[in-house]
Design a protein around this ligand. Sequence first.
Ligand SMILES: Nc1ncnc2c1ncn2[C@@H]1O[C@H](COP(=O)(O)OP(=O)(O)O)[C@@H](O)[C@H]1O
Ligand SMILES: [Mg+2]
Length: 362
Amino acid sequence: MGVEIRVEGLTKAFGRQVIWQDVSLTIPAGEISVLLGPSGTGKSVFLKTLVGLLKPDRGHIWIGDRDLPNLPEAQLYETRKLFGVLFQDGALFGSMNIFDNIAFPLREHTKKSESEVKRIVLEKMDLVGLIGAEHKLPGEISGGMKKRAGLARALVLDPEILLVDEPDSGLDPVRTAFLNQVFIDLNAQIGATFLIVTHDINTARTVPDNIGLLYQRHLAMFGPREMLLSSEEPVVRQFLNASKIGPIGMSEEKDESELEAEAKMGLDSGMLPPIPPQQMPSNGLVRRGMHAPGAWCAAHGVTPPPGSFIDELGRNWIEEWPRYVASMSAGAGAAAPGGYPPGGGHYPGDMPPGQPGAGARY
Ligand SMILES: Nc1ncnc2c1ncn2[C@@H]1O[C@H](COP(=O)(O)OP(=O)(O)O)[C@@H](O)[C@H]1O
Ligand SMILES: [Mg+2]
């Protein structure tokens, strides 16, 4: 049903190259979190460190009372079974059909009978919308289907935590939108803790419950989606609004006078764009990690930008929400979807609105 991951003071270097340092964050149980960052900032290294494929130089990764980097090999092996991972390239075996690819972890790590294996594989293929492709080879299916096959394989051992590296790489916007819906529906159904690495701003703005931003060897900020989308912190603001104006990457592209001219023309007028409504499950379930639209802003005295939480049909989701919850059934662990306690977040170490996270420096 999803477990919390508590990262404390995590630092990773390769030789003298520090990838990131002092990363601290709590990834809430059962929620969808997205990790954003320019390419080369160490997002993939972060996922590999979480799952124990790379060892950090310093810091802790707590899952319950187990500190992953400091576990003896045998216990690390056991703890890894909590994770399902979808790597960037899907990592399918080219000579094995899709069924056998998905069945692989079951045949490797369990003693299940072939009829059990078949039942589980078909169940997971159904979850990701891949029924019918059992006998195809990876080379015979589209990029989007390969990602789904990798996803089904990441699910066969019923992970508590699902890590996904750039599901949108190489996919067009329509396929990306479909795949995002798969993640949301899946989260409602299995209730696992999701961490999705992406550089797709639209995915980051509409899919997750929480957003983190890696920038210049630090975690610039991590927190609820509404906190980052209403943040005036320059790096967060620039990145999440795909803006040309701000501290990121200006030197290679434009000089100060060009940027100033653009600012004067009213591009990037200083207003934050509206916070879009969060993408909802399409399978009639309510996700445990979902919060009432606007609840974080209300609890923290933040006025959302005008036009926030209104969808393309003109519906205001602050008003729709109670009706929506009443009409849907609860998914895995979704006993009490809803708000934030007034005056304080429900996350340990929750940060005041618009402030960089602990250890932020850039
Ligand atoms: N096994 C490794 N050995 C040495 N350097 C590595 C290794 N893996 C990644 N790196 C370096 O770490 C940096 C971050 O890489 P990566 O995590 O792949 O970035 P991102 O996923 O954010 O694009 C890069 O400079 C990369 O060259
Ligand atoms: Mg990467």
